[in-house]
Write a protein that binds this ligand. Structure first.
Ligand code: UD1
Length: 332
């Protein structure tokens, strides 16, 4: 599991361990913390094998593949800030595409042909009609999104070249929440840009007020609508995809979202209700590149993977809040 110590990685490692797998985590800890592994141990009673290093380091990968009996790779590692990707696109192409290429090349050499790739709803054309199905047109509008689509296309090429490959592409919508124990959660090393961490940091008093990027969209309350999904549901999605790939070859794409849209205002109202905290807000200009609405059609994952998101927006806020309150400075 590359990037297995990160936010989505750590929750997925736990889900896999609970299902009886023996995951090996490869992480360089550049945007994650070793404490997430301690968190997994606290919850599960044992932790995964952890190897510190880069996904792009092919000799390290080959060592891992020769030392352990690896059947599949879940590829979470990568950079994920849209803003940063616009300021330094080459770094994004090199880290996200370059590292994926060397991972795939090494997998091929080691004859490991099952991979699950963390893609994003950001690959869809923001002008497409919602809800997005896996066949909706793609057209990412920033380098981060391009790198995700680029890796998807590389995987397409690979799967067409050799029918033995088993490839699962998971397009995440907006992952939020944390394990209800509060032992693992989201801890961005830089200032977060995403709504839920900012809402919770305002609730806990780390930020004075939350900026709402526009209330003049063509939506019922004027604020943007997104499909928030609990990280535990997302983690279970990886398990379901892995089980599916045990029985199916070829390339498969699945949206992981709930199919339910929540507006920025609705999320803030729910967070106020759940936390009981004061969350000051101020309306400001629209953020460049935001689309009014991005919601998944999750039918394909539901029918093929028998995967059903279980958590409501109230659960997502409660668990994110619990993590934030227990760890106001993250893992530090
Ligand atoms: C963003 C990224 C997307 C990435 C995803 C990861 C952009 C344009 N898109 O998606 O590529 O895959 O995060 O989760 O950055 N909002 C506020 N105030 C804030 C922060 C956000 O009003 O301080 C609003 C935004 O305008 C948006 C909604 O909250 O309407 C959700 O924003 P965010 O959490 O950043 O997610 P996305 O924009 O959907």
């Amino acid at each position: 599991m590359t990037g297995g110590a990160g936010y989505i990685g750590s929750h997925s490692v736990l889900a896999l361990m609970e299902a009886g797998y023996d995951p090996i985590v490869l992480d360089d800890f550049s945007n994650s913390s070793k404490e997430s592994i301690s968190g997994i141990k606290k919850i599960y009673g044992a932790g995964p094998v952890v190897i510190e290093g880069d996904t792009g380091n092919s000799s390290l990968l080959m060592d891992i593949f020769s030392s352990y009996d690896v059947n599949s790779v879940l590829h979470f590692s990568g950079l994920k800030s849209v803003e940063e990707s616009m300021a330094d696109p080459l770094r994004y192409y090199s880290e996200n595409v370059g590292s994926s290429l060397s991972l795939l090349r090494t997998m091929q050499e080691a004859n490991i042909q099952t991979i699950i790739f963390s893609s994003s709803a950001t690959v869809y054309d923001p002008e497409s009609q919602v809800p997005y199905t896996e066949n909706s047109p793609t057209n990412p509008i920033n380098p981060y999104g391009h790198t995700k689509l680029c890796v998807e296309q590389i995987l397409h090429g690979l799967a067409s070249s050799n029918p033995e490959w088993k490839v699962g592409i998971l397009r995440y919508f907006n992952p939020v929440g944390a394990h209800p124990s509060g032992h693992i959660g989201e801890d961005p090393k830089q200032k977060p840009n995403n709504l839920m961490p900012l809402v919770m940091q305002t609730a806990v008093g780390r930020m004075e007020k939350l900026l709402i990027y526009g209330d003049d969209y063509d939506t019922p309350d004027g604020t943007c609508i997104r499909d928030y999904i609990h990280v535990l549901d997302l983690a279970r999605g990886h398990l379901s995809a892995l089980t599916y790939l045990e029985r199916h070859q070829g390339l498969h794409i699945w949206n992981l979202g709930t199919g339910k849209g929540t507006s920025v205002q609705e999320l803030i109202d729910k967070a106020r209700e759940v936390t009981g905290a004061v969350i000051n807000t101020e309306i400001t200009f629209r953020r460049l590149g935001d689309s009014p609405e991005a919601v998944a059609d999750p039918k394909k994952a539901k029918s093929e993977l028998s995967w059903h998101p279980e958590y409501s927006i109230g659960n997502m806020c409660a668990d994110h809040w619990n993590w934030q309150r227990q760890n106001p400075d993250g893992y530090q």
